[in-house]
Each structure stands twice: as structure tokens, then as C-alpha cells.
Ligand binder design. Structure first.
Ligand code: PEP
Ligand code: MN
Length: 372
């Protein structure tokens, strides 16, 4: 999939990074939607969002106002001039959204996980000229995210964007949905022409970390931000804890620093080049050292095979983690980084050792065979 998409073709008044999408988690009442939208209009947002059909984890929660609320969004367009976007999860949602001239559609995280459902949406989008934003699936699976984008693209939708809203996990975390930044970074490497939007609201699940996550996303050169807002967040029927008032949104936006992708200051550029050359050299050494380490691991595999010793000795692993952490922390690396790094190195080491042991076993089997 080789394409370039830009918000400039979306008819959402986009002039500069970041594109700002805001509005309530869910459209609840005519008053809530209109009051919030009018206040947001003053903050200069590009696109007004509101959930019309809400995918809720448990039944009995507020599930959205459906078609009635589409009429409210038509009023938002008419009274503020703001373009509007809603989540669609079924072909019928698409049909209704288009009937009410919704400007942009988005596919939610719980839909992206299901290729059957995404394909149904793709089929319903054939021949339609509407921009579509695809949220990441709830689970940290890049291929599923890319697959959903491909299905929509193949249906002829070329105005596309991805929304990063974080990934759910069973363990407790400071995040509602862990960002796992390496996944959107890899998405960007695989699909460089695809605009990337961050949804800090669903990553954080609260309002106090929103600025930090928004700034982090901008520093990774995201193209847009989707932030939930409500004229009275504490009364919201869904996601009350993570919604900002329009004034709070304005404050957050005013604090963001949009850094440039590069600079035309020749001196700064040459200094950067120089530092990057140094990084390239260090990386080369890292790869050489890792290859050496794995070579030794294979020798150990051979030795363990010949002496019938098990691959994993938990005490040895324990000792590696302890000593490497001590030495790493002394050198200003974090404990978490050392643990993650060595978990990866150790996994590869064990793999290399077992491969070697398999080889030894096969060789032994062959020589026995040839002796008979
Ligand atoms: C939402 O945007 O309100 C929503 C339901 O998001 P997600 O699909 O990311 O959970
Ligand atoms: Mn929400």
C-alpha cells in the first residue's frame, strides 16, 4: 500500500500541525452537544467529534442516542460551521451517518480487532468519498491495525488516517490503555504516507496526563490530536474522568510546543549529523557484540549438550539480571530498561543454545546411523 494522504484534502480547515479533533465521548443531549461545540469553535478546533453509538464493556451503561443525535450534529454543522465526525461500527451506521452528511467517519478500537466486521464496513464504503480514521485494535497487534487500514483502502477510500488510542492490558497500569509507542512508530515506518493522530484521552483515562502524552505525540511528529471534551465533564454519561472543558482544552493546546521536523540552521544540522555518526558507530559495535555473545551462547549449547546439562539455570539468570542492573544503573540506565533489554537478549541466547543442541543431537543421530 503506497499512498500519501493529507488533511489538506479533508475539508476540515487544516492549516498546520496538529489537526485538533475534540468533542464529547458521547452525544447526550441537544444542549450538551451544541454548547460544547460552540465553545470549542472559539478554541479553533478543526473537527468536532461525538459518539452516537457507544460500544460499552457492560450492558446497561449509556449506549448513545443513535439517529436522534445525528440530527444534533447536523445542527452543530449549521450553527458553528464545524465539520463533524462519528464512530461507525456497522454498515447501517455508515448509511445513517452519510444520510446526515457526517464529514469524517472513524472506526473504533473494538471494531478494528474484527476483520469480518471491518470487511463489512469496507464493502459499505465502496464508491463513497468520505475520510475514514482507523483506531488501533484494543490488543497490541500491529498487523491487525494495518490489515484494517488496508481493507478500507482497498474499498477505494484514499482519505485515511490512523488513530493511536493505546492498548488494553490486564495488569494495573498508570494508563487506561498503554501507549506502546513502538507500535505506532512501526506503523509509521510501514505506512509513511498515512497521517497519524494520537488520542491521549483514551490512553490516559484521566485529565492530568493529557498534556504530557499530547506533547510526547507531537515530539514523535504525529499529525493530529483527538481529545475528549464536555461542557460539564463531571456530569458526562461516559468517560467522565478523562474529558476536559473547552477552556481546559484551550489551556492544554496553548502549552503545546510544536517542534519542527528539521531546521535550516546549517551549524545545528552539521552538529546533529556528527552526533548521528557517533550513534551509527556505537550501534555497529552493539550489533557486533551481540553477534559475539550469541556465538558464545552456541558454544555453551554444544558444551551443555555434551555434558547433558539443562539449558536454563535460574540462579545464573538471576545473577545476570542482578549484576547487569547494578552496573547499568551506575551508568545512568534505568532498571526497567536493563531488565527489558536482558529479557530479550536472554530469550535469544536460549533460542540459539537450543538450536545448537538440536544440531548436536541430529549430528549424533547421523553418526550412529552411519556406524551401523
Ligand atoms: C471513543 O472514542 O469514545 C471510543 C469509544 O474510543 P475507542 O474505540 O478508542 O475505545
Ligand atoms: Mn470515550
Amino acid at each position: 500500500m503506497d499512498f500519501k494522504s493529507t488533511f489538506a484534502d479533508w475539508n476540515v480547515g487544516f492549516k498546520e500541525r496538529p489537526l485538533v479533533i475534540s468533542g464529547p465521548c458521547g452525544a447526550e443531549t441537544h444542549e450538551q452537544v451544541l454548547t460544547t461545540a460552540k465553545q470549542l469553535k472559539l478554541q479553533g478546533i478543526n473537527l468536532f467529534r461525538a459518539g452516537i453509538w457507544k460500544p460499552r464493556t457492560r450492558p446497561g451503561s449509556f449506549e448513545g442516542m443513535g439517529e436522534t443525535a445525528l440530527g444534533w450534529l447536523a445542527d452543530v454543522k449549521q450553527q458553528t460551521g464545524l465539520p463533524v465526525t462519528v464512530e461507525v461500527a456497522t454498515p447501517q451506521h455508515i448509511e445513517l451517518a452519510l444520510k446526515y452528511n457526517i464529514d469524517v467517519l472513524w472506526i473504533g478500537a473494538r471494531t478494528t480487532v474484527n476483520p469480518f466486521q471491518v470487511q463489512e464496513l469496507a464493502s459499505a464504503l465502496k464508491g463513497v468519498n468520505v475520510p475514514v480514521m482507523v483506531k488501533n485494535p484494543v490488543n497490541p497487534d500491529l498487523a491487525l491495525w494495518v490489515g484494517a487500514i488496508e481493507r478500507i483502502y482497498k474499498a477505494g477510500i484514499k482519505k485515511l488516517a490512523a488513530i493511536h488510542r493505546g492498548f488494553s492490558s490486564y495488569e494495573n497500569s498508570t494508563y487506561r490503555n498503554k501507549p506502546n509507542w513502538e507500535i505506532p512508530i512501526e506503523l509509521r515506518r510501514q505506512l509513511p504516507g498515512l497521517p497519524l493522530i494520537c488520542d491521549p484521552s483514551h490512553i490516559c483515562g484521566n485529565t492530568f496526563m493529557l498534556l504530557y502524552i499530547s506533547q510526547f505525540a507531537l515530539d514523535l511528529q504525529y499529525d493530529g490530536l483527538m481529545l475528549e471534551s464536555h461542557f460539564n465533564p463531571s456530569a458526562a454519561l461516559s468517560d467522565a474522568k478523562q474529558q476536559l472543558t473547552p477552556e481546559q482544552l484551550e489551556e492544554l493546546l496553548s502549552k503545546l510546543i510544536v517542534r519542527n521536523p528539521t531546521t535550516d540552521n546549517a551549524l545545528a544540522l552539521s552538529k546533529l549529523e556528527d552526533l548521528r555518526d557517533q550513534i551509527d558507530e556505537v550501534d555497529d559495535q552493539i550489533v557486533t557484540l551481540l553477534a559475539e555473545r550469541m556465538h558464545i551462547a552456541r558454544l555453551i549449547g554444544e558444551y551443555k549438550f555434551n555434558h547433558n546439562i539443562a539449558v536454563l539455570q535460574p540462579e545464573r539468570w538471576e545473577e545476570i539480571v542482578r549484576t547487569r542492573t547494578l552496573s547499568g544503573v551506575e551508568k545512568k540506565l534505568t532498571e526497567q530498561f536493563i531488565l527489558s533489554l536482558y529479557t530479550l537478549i536472554h530469550k535469544e541466547s536460549i533460542y540459539q543454545q537450543t538450536q545448537q543442541m538440536e544440531k548436536e543431537k541430529d549430528a549424533e543421530g547421523e553418526s550412529k546411523f552411519s556406524n551401523h
